[in-house]
Design a protein around this ligand. Structure first.
Ligand code: AHR
Length: 526
């Protein structure tokens, strides 16, 4: 048996060598990747694979919550198919209830018997009504059910610090006190574990139109009144800048002000500062379509994505200047693609399809986050279900996993892995005036001791031979690839695009990978 295996391996290597020789025609691109195993970075926080679920469109209602009387199979009102899909991903953290929604949300609307909860108008998102069936208990129980940490964003824009403090006490107190007893009366005896508390959202915009100095001062004020039991170790997250609005909002000046003056005084520090960036045209310019786009749309979309790297360098440099000990974490708690919403979908619901291009955006974004692990400790895709760059789409009883879901799934070994710098020789994918790195790589040692390589070929037409300095005996993993830029899953064809097994080759003891055009691959090297 062993002999046969060895023979097959040798034949495989010969075939691999031949394949490389044959494919080395002038049109076949080739790059060299050098992984520096002598420079381990800070571990990749598992929260970098976090999610964001807002009361927006069909993100919460229909996407997560169908109610206990629904014909759609559910666990205490939560869709069973969605719960299972999220469990598989080992979702580390979910941010809720917004977004812009957070700064108009009164937590008292979402507690107590459901039939008695008030119905409010969701002013930001389509002006539709929200009957508050999904409130604090439903969210905290849902997070527990899928095994994720809870990240709740409080309302700085239109409620008082006192009300915010009361909400935190309601969720976290174990005392025999009025708010904890009210929670008990509403069905939850033990306090929930509340790991993250957001102090508002986009305070410079929908969270209150604040000048940077006001935002920093408000953050400091609210921080003082929001306190969970110390042993819970709750982290407070200051609402930070956005990289999307150059004309109206200077992300560097905003970050500077928050770092200078945003944290509590008396020797404390701001524990985390957020940042938002959507991969879309600058200053909310005309949005692309989610499917049926051109090669120009492909190239521009990846270009917008990679711009996040430049912005994060700026933000981190400012943070480093004010906080050289890196005590304040950076949370990119909204990121993702933003296209025109699907024709026929409800205005304001931000429902969009999701293609191989989105999987590329996800993979390139993960690779960026892996490069700044000493500062970036959380990232949350916007949004989890049925909204923007969703990982899951639902239509009544049907559910599909998007290419972005598959990218999250393939990258799971990177959670808590130790990253290494990976240098890629200069080779570009060009379209008109846009030039992108042809191959983007992330390398990390997983918790299982294996070295993992994530490789993205940005070129929609060219296959690339990726020669690495990584020594090994074999490399196996998965690839997400298609010959269509907008390959996607639909409710009729839910598995049109799914990861396939993929192997690297070992040539002269080193890993060589034949990356097809548009491929996103993750390989484990033995
Ligand atoms: O994710 C949609 C919206 O984008 C969020 O509500 C807001 O924070 C951001 O502007």
């Amino acid at each position: 048996m062993k002999k046969l295996a060895t023979a097959m391996l040798v034949t495989g290597l010969i075939a691999a060598g031949a394949a490389i020789a044959q494919n080395a025609a002038p049109s076949q691109a080739s790059v060299d990747v050098t992984v520096d195993l002598s420079k381990p970075g800070a571990p990749i926080a598992r929260q970098i694979y976090g999610h964001f679920a807002e009361h927006l469109g069909r993100g919460i209602y229909e996407g997560i919550w169908v109610g206990t009387d629904s014909k759609i199979p559910n666990i205490r009102g939560y869709r069973t198919d969605v719960v299972n899909a999220l469990k598989r991903l080992e979702v580390p953290v979910i941010r809720w209830p917004g977004g812009c929604f957070a700064d108009l949300y009164d937590w008292r609307d979402g507690i107590g018997p459901r039939a008695q909860r008030p119905t409010r108008i969701n002013v930001h998102w389509g002006g539709v009504t929200d009957n508050n069936a999904f409130g604090t208990h439903e969210f905290m129980d849902f997070a527990e059910l899928v095994g994720a940490e809870a990240y709740v964003s409080g309302n700085i824009g239109s409620l008082t610090p006192y009300e915010m403090g009361q909400w935190v006490e309601y969720i976290t107190s174990a005392e025999n006190a009025t708010l904890a007893n009210e929670r008990r009366k509403n069905g939850r005896d033990k306090p929930w574990k509340l790991k993250y508390w957001g102090l508002g959202n986009e305070t410079w915009g929908c969270g209150g139109n604040m000048r940077p100095e006001t935002a920093a001062a408000e953050n400091a004020r609210y921080t003082a009144f929001v306190n969970a039991p110390r042993e819970m170790g709750m982290i407070k997250v200051a609402s930070g800048a956005s990289g999307n609005l150059d004309k109206w909002h200077d992300y560097k000046a905003f970050t500077e002000e928050m770092m200078k003056n945003g944290g509590p005084t008396f020797g404390g520090h701001m524990e985390a500062l957020s940042y938002h960036y959507y991969a879309m045209p600058p200053d909310l310019g005309p949005k692309d379509v989610a499917t049926g786009f051109t090669e120009e749309g492909w190239a521009k979309q990846l270009h917008y994505t990679l711009d996040l790297d430049r912005q994060l360098k700026d933000v981190i440099a400012i943070m480093d200047r004010h906080d050289p000990k890196k005590q304040t974490a950076l949370y990119v708690d909204e990121w993702g693609t933003w296209y025109q919403q699907e024709k026929g979908s409800t205005p304001g619901f931000l429902y969009q399809q999701n293609t191989l291009r989105d999987a590329q955006v996800a993979a390139l974004s993960f690779n960026i986050f892996h490069r700044y692990t000493d500062r970036i400790k959380m990232a949350n895709i916007a949004q989890m279900i049925n909204v923007l760059q969703a990982i899951i789409l639902t239509d009544k009883e049907k559910m599909i996993l998007t290419p972005t879901y598959h990218a999250f799934d393939m990258y799971r070994p990177f959670m808590e892995a130790t990253p290494y710098p990976a240098e890629v020789s200069k080779a570009q994918y060009r379209f008109g005036s846009i030039a992108l790195p042809l191959i983007d790589v992330s390398a990390a040692r997983g918790k299982d001791g294996k070295l993992y390589l994530a490789i993205v070929n940005t070129d929609p037409k060219r296959a690339v031979t990726v020669r690495t300095n990584v020594a090994g005996k074999a490399a196996r993993g998965q690839i997400l690839v298609s010959d269509r830029m907008d390959a996607h899953n639909s409710f009729d064809k839910p598995s049109a695009l799914a990861p396939k097994p993929f192997t690297g080759l070992i040539v002269d003891g080193k890993l060589v990978v034949q990356m097809p055009a548009m491929g996103v691959a993750v390989l484990a090297v033995d």
